[in-house]
Design a binder for this molecule. Structure first.
Ligand SMILES: Cc1cc2nc3c(=O)[nH]c(=O)nc-3n(C[C@H](O)[C@H](O)[C@H](O)COP(=O)(O)OP(=O)(O)OC[C@H]3O[C@@H](n4cnc5c(N)ncnc54)[C@H](O)[C@@H]3O)c2cc1C
Length: 292
């Protein structure tokens, strides 16, 4: 395909997505592109439109289950230096979509900026965290957002101010855009205090989540006022295994890949859990993860 040569970006073919997801599951993507800058990203979108190729944006792949057959189209990852910058503007941080949350927190600690500590340990990029409004019981990233710079799929860039942004439980109205950069509002604080908070949240995460095996974090959203994990546990499903996919013994809303789980194993286990929860509680569990 000679269009590959018209881009300055890193373009690869037939890339295994199991290497780009925290589940360590997933077949090949036809194309895997790491745009070098905005101009090249725009060019890629035009090519995709012209060749009728679907675009998939991937962050850390920590909320995605990719089918064993892989995806047909172009997977885009913001891995180049251009999308991985962090800049300090008074008490605000301008952060590229490809920066990992843990890198943002390291920067905050160095500069004495507080407000994001609860995000420590979430294996996300800033782009993926914004789309999912990542967070937990102590807050979500959306609460700290002042402005987001996005590109639409026609290549137009715009800045969306906080009053036009909508964030709620694992939801944002950013999904139809490509997120390029975010402006986060933080507060000055003592570095020792920031470190204490980070360590506290890390300890809590290690106690409550199953981090010993590859996973995609929580599989289902919590139904209003309820815990999906508790419902699954009450169905006696902790430890339930299909193929190499298993309901975690530590956190029943986690499915872990014990080594060689296929997407088919995980999807069968998801169906099994949903069926049991429906029968016992007459509730339909909604997926938190995305299936590609
Ligand atoms: C061990 C573990 C623990 C976890 N704990 C938590 C937790 O405590 N709280 C929580 O909320 N989540 C948690 N998660 C889930 C996951 O980390 C979050 O949903 C995270 O926000 C996903 O970020 P990502 O960069 O991996 O995005 P991906 O999974 O790669 O993508 C998620 C979605 O975002 C889109 N996307 C990614 N980048 C962009 C971009 N630049 N522009 C447009 N769209 C984009 C993708 O297309 C996809 O639709 C956990 C996951 C794991 C594996």
């Amino acid at each position: 395909m000679n269009w590959l040569n018209t881009l300055r970006s890193k373009v690869r073919r037939d890339i295994l997505l199991s290497k780009h997801t925290t589940f360590k599951i997933g077949g090949k993507a036809d194309f895997f592109v790491e745009p070098i800058n905005l101009e090249d990203l725009r060019k890629l979108l035009m090519i995709a439109k012209d060749k009728k190729l679907r675009i998939f944006i991937i962050g850390q792949g920590s909320n995605i289950l990719v089918h064993d057959e892989g995806v047909r189209g172009i997977v885009v990852k913001f891995n180049s230096e251009y999308f991985r910058k962090i800049r300090l503007l008074y008490n605000c941080l301008k952060v590229g979509a490809g920066v990992k949350l843990n890198e943002v927190l390291q920067f905050c600690l160095k500069k004495g900026l507080s407000g994001l500590e609860f995000l420590i340990g979430i294996p996300a990029t800033v782009g993926g965290a914004l789309v999912m409004n990542a967070g937990g019981r102590w807050g979500c990233i959306g609460e700290r957002v002042k402005e987001v710079k996005v590109m639409d799929y026609n290549g137009n860039i715009k800045k969306i101010k906080s009053q036009d942004l909508r964030f709620s439980y694992r939801y944002s109205n950013l999904r139809r855009f490509i997120i390029l950069e975010v402006l986060l509002k933080l507060v000055k604080a003592d570095k020792e205090e920031i470190l204490k908070k980070i360590n506290y949240f890390l300890r809590y995460r290690k106690l409550t989540q199953d981090l010993s095996y590859p996973s995609a974090g929580c599989i289902f959203k919590n139904p209003k006022g309820l815990s999906a994990g508790e419902l699954i546990e009450l169905c006696g499903l902790k430890g339930k295994t299909i193929g190499d996919a298993r309901v975690s013994l530590r956190h029943a809303n986690f499915i872990i890949n014990q080594g060689n789980a296929s997407a088919k194993d995980v999807l069968s286990l998801i169906d099994y859990i949903r069926d049991k929860v429906k029968k016992k509680f007459n509730l339909d569990l909604e997926l938190e993860i995305e299936i590609w």
